[in-house]
Design a protein around this ligand. Structure first.
Ligand code: PBG
Length: 316
């Protein structure tokens, strides 16, 4: 009866797997703060994508971990940079079976770790960064990315990247705006995952966790600029913002269950303090219940496989 009257169900196609592909590895490297997640080689990434496709997962979101970094993040726009190479490699093999998506942000590629290029005084130069994002967007589209995840939180980024893509003939490449992205402590494990060089914080461009209205405002701005999908991030602590955005948006609304959300559950489960599998499903169910059409989650494949073997979303 509970199953019959359940208001929310998880479908594998509404789960997206974020993946890290690192340059210069001979085998996958575990990420200690994200047990079960690794920095991939191209080959191990391909195996994981095959598993994701078999489980019915809706897509993969790629992050690159380069060996060399510099002030402007040159590796991000180089067709031979690790993210563009991994995108081409995976899109060619799997682009018809799944949606290959890429993170569009400079932070993995800059030696200072910020999401943009800097002014002389060390602050982020919003408009100069937009030019780098435009070049990065074209490089990613040419590598075969079907959906660009604009996670850098520069003002005007959706509008600027859309215009650059269109002018370069990439009208079919879609834009996911990380519209309401909060300056969160929950990104900690991710910074290990991508060997981040950041010192300091991102408070001049990511949002204040205190602000709910501002989250909606950021999403409405991205909609006006032409975002094909808008996102709220992190997910679990921001379900109010997610519900607001879902009520106002006329395009799909996604949420990113981030590295810290993953790590907290894994750590407590490792100590035997919580029922891991139940909590994973409960957390994803709650994010969908609040209004997400799709969830980026490091548990995407595992949750999708449970749906295949156990048949139903809520494992309770
Ligand atoms: C920025 C980016 C970050 C995450 C996704 N894209 C890190 C940040 O803003 O510091 C975090 C994702 C996670 O924590 O799982 N390119």
């Amino acid at each position: 009866m509970r199953r019959l009257v359940a208001e929310t169900r998880i479908h594998p196609a509404q789960l997206v797997l974020p993946m890290f592909v690192a340059e210069g590895l001979s085998e996958p490297r575990p990420i200690s703060s994200m047990p079960g997640q690794v920095q991939h080689t191209l080959d191990s990434a391909a195996r994981e994508v095959e598993r994701a496709i078999a489980a019915g997962v809706g897509g993969i979101m790629l992050f690159g971990v380069p060996q060399q970094k510099d002030a402007v993040g040159s590796g991000a726009t180089d067709p031979d940079g690790i993210l563009n190479r991994a995108t081409a490699f995976l899109a060619e093999r799997f682009g018809d079976a799944t949606v290959v998506q890429t993170d569009l942000c400079l932070d993995e590629f800059t030696d200072h770790g910020h999401c943009g290029v800097l002014h002389g005084d060390g602050s982020v130069d919003n408009d100069a960064t937009l030019e780098r994002y435009a070049d990065m967007a074209i490089a990613q589209a040419e590598a075969g990315s079907q959906l660009l995840g604009l996670s850098g939180m520069m003002d005007g980024q959706v509008d600027h990247v859309r215009a650059a893509l269109d002018a370069a003939g990439h009208q079919g490449t879609a834009i996911l705006g990380y519209s309401a992205k909060y300056a969160s402590a929950l990104y900690g494990p991710f910074r290990e995952a991508v060997d981040s060089s950041l010192t300091g914080d991102r408070k001049t461009y990511q949002q204040d966790p205190a602000n709910r209205r501002e989250g909606l405002r950021e999403a409405l701005l991205d909609l006006a600029e032409g975002a094909d999908i808008v996102m709220v991030k992190p997910a679990s602590l921001y379900l109010d913002v997610l519900a607001d955005v879902a009520a106002a948006s006329d395009v799909p609304v996604w949420a990113y269950q981030v590295s810290g959300e993953y790590a907290m559950v894994e750590a407590a489960a490792e100590r035997g303090w919580i029922d891991r599998d139940r909590l994973v499903t409960e957390s994803i169910t709650s994010i969908i219940r609040a209004g997400a059409d799709t969830v980026l989650t490091y548990w995407a494949v595992e949750q999708a496989e449970w749906l295949q073997t156990r048949g139903i979303g809520a494992r309770s």
